[in-house]
Design a protein around this ligand. Structure first.
Ligand SMILES: Nc1ncnc2c1ncn2[C@@H]1O[C@H](COP(=O)(O)OP(=O)(O)OP(=O)(O)O)[C@@H](O)[C@H]1O
Ligand SMILES: [Mg+2]
Length: 461
């Protein structure tokens, strides 16, 4: 799987103050679009006039509600760092939660009925822009010294805006002509992979306003659970493998090397979760940790990370929406649905076909923990956590996601081999000894070991 960039040009420039940075961030809109006049709002639309440094926070109800359409009628505005084009209409489906922020003032027009829409004056955007300016300074220093650029990690408890700030910083970096690596270690609410995986991708252009980066060939590793606590030892092993791959990718091109990497993490920051976070800090050689919202975590990290790692504390935005278990589950289902069927912008048509039990080679990582006395001589339960265990096809497979590995033989390297895609078991026929699967590709299944995931997909299609 290639995740190598094609255009490799280098850029220079001086250190910028945050305020000057506002003007410096490259604008993709044409001047004419930026200056575009206010359109008369139609009767079913509502207009919002935002002053500089205000944001319009929008929430679209979940379930079967209609999408909300947003248009930038005048001025300049951005959604989490992605600049909007004046006159374009942007749709946001059920469950969307976003903020349209403006540095210079703008007029927005909304069609449809959001569950919540209000203008907020108090935002931490200037702090995030400051952070971007600081990271950009580190990139320039790295460029001068021909060294690796900054590796920045976002950390914090759940629902503090870690993924959002990662997205803002990635977007600002690309608008300055950088190509950073985006690493997502959150197996529950993965930014671009599917639940139960960790991933990395090269980011060369801002995300679309709905939040998706153009991930042509992300590097994904199978974890097999959306619960990070399911097998922390295996999680750490995957971090090690991913850190190696990231280092190689940074070394492969100067542009990426100076741009560095941004790492998004999960919100489990206690006990074993904290130990995984610390492990990731050292394995990825993180230079800067941005801790959102939790002073306790900030102080713990200051105490425990090597002195060379800078740890900064930053507030969360009051706009960050807390998500219930149900909402998180719905968002995981929606990621899976998008993987097979696409979204309302681009629809995919997955294939469904039968595969014989005898043609399947399914493995699971981690053997059940058994009493010491039952283990073979010399083996510990710790070894069991990393063991590849064959799964016999049965009714138990129903609705489970399976990762198709690039590994073709089941050796110890399988657990640290990246993933080429995913399938999902829609039916198990024990009598005929077949399973029916949903696959993005037509039959036959490509060669490769299948890895069992505890993530289930409920396909409403
Ligand atoms: N300023 C804002 N206004 C409105 N919504 C926002 C704002 N900032 C973030 N959100 C929304 O709040 C939700 C939670 O934010 P985000 O996913 O970044 O938090 P997180 O800390 O990464 O959560 P998790 O711990 O689940 O990974 C997202 O739906 C995001 O779009
Ligand atoms: Mg997140």
């Amino acid at each position: 799987m290639s995740w190598v960039a094609e255009n490799e040009e280098e850029k220079g420039g001086g250190v910028l103050s945050p305020r000057r940075m506002i003007g410096r961030i490259v604008s993709f809109s044409s001047g004419a679009e930026m200056e575009g006049g206010t359109k008369t709002p139609s009767s079913d639309s509502k207009e919002y006039r935002l002053k500089p440094e205000e944001e319009l926070r929008l929430e679209v109800a979940e379930g079967k509600s209609d999408s909300v359409k947003l248009e930038l009628a005048q001025g300049m505005a951005e959604i989490f760092g992605t600049e909007l084009v004046c006159g374009n209409s942007y749709s946001f489906g059920p469950g969307s939660k976003l903020a349209v922020f403006t540095w210079h003032g703008c007029t927005l027009s909304i069609k449809g009925t959001p569950e919540m829409a209000y203008v907020a004056r108090d935002t931490p955007m200037i702090i995030y822009l400051n952070t971007h300016a600081g990271v950009e300074t580190l990139r320039k220093r790295a460029e001068k010294a021909e060294k690796r650029g900054p590796v920045v990690m976002l950390a914090g408890p759940v629902d503090v805006g870690k993924s959002t700030v990662t997205r803002i910083l990635l977007n600002y970096a690309t608008r300055m002509g950088r190509s950073p690596l985006y690493v997502d270690l959150d197996v529950g609410q993965s930014g671009f992979g599917i639940p139960g995986t960790i991933g990395a991708s090269l980011v060369e252009q801002p995300a679309s306003p709905d939040g998706e980066f153009a991930n042509k060939a992300p590097l994904l590793y199978h974890y097999g659970s959306s619960n990070m606590g399911a097998n922390p030892k295996f999680f750490k092993e995957l971090c090690r493998v991913m850190a190696d791959a990231v280092q190689k990718r940074l070394d492969a091109s100067k542009k990426v090397k100076y741009s560095g990497a941004l790492i998004n993490t999960a919100g489990w920051v206690k006990d074993e979760g904290y130990s995984c976070l610390l492990f990731a800090v050292t394995t990825f050689n993180v230079d800067l940790i941005i801790v959102l919202d939790q002073e306790r975590l900030y102080n713990e990290l200051v105490r425990d990370v090597p002195p060379s790692v800078h740890v900064v504390y930053q507030p969360k935005s009051a706009g960050v929406v807390e998500r219930s278990k149900r909402t998180r589950f719905a968002s995981r289902m929606s990621r899976l649905r998008n993987y097979f069927y696409g979204n309302f912008e681009s629809t995919y048509f997955p294939h469904t076909f039968d595969v014989k039990f005898s043609d399947l080679r399914i493995f699971k990582i981690g053997a059940p923990v058994v009493p010491k006395s039952c283990l073979p001589i010399g083996m510990t339960n710790e070894d069991a956590e990393m063991k590849l265990v064959q799964v016999a096809p049965s009714k138990e497979l129903l609705n489970h996601m399976l990762s198709l590995s690039h590994a073709t033989v089941d050796d110890e390297k399988t657990i640290s081999t990246n993933i080429r895609g995913f399938i999902y078991v829609t039916n198990v026929d024990v009598e005929r000894q077949t399973v029916t699967i949903l696959s993005p590709q037509p039959r036959p299944l490509p060669d490769g070991v299948l890895l069992w995931s505890d993530v289930r997909f409920i396909d409403a299609n």
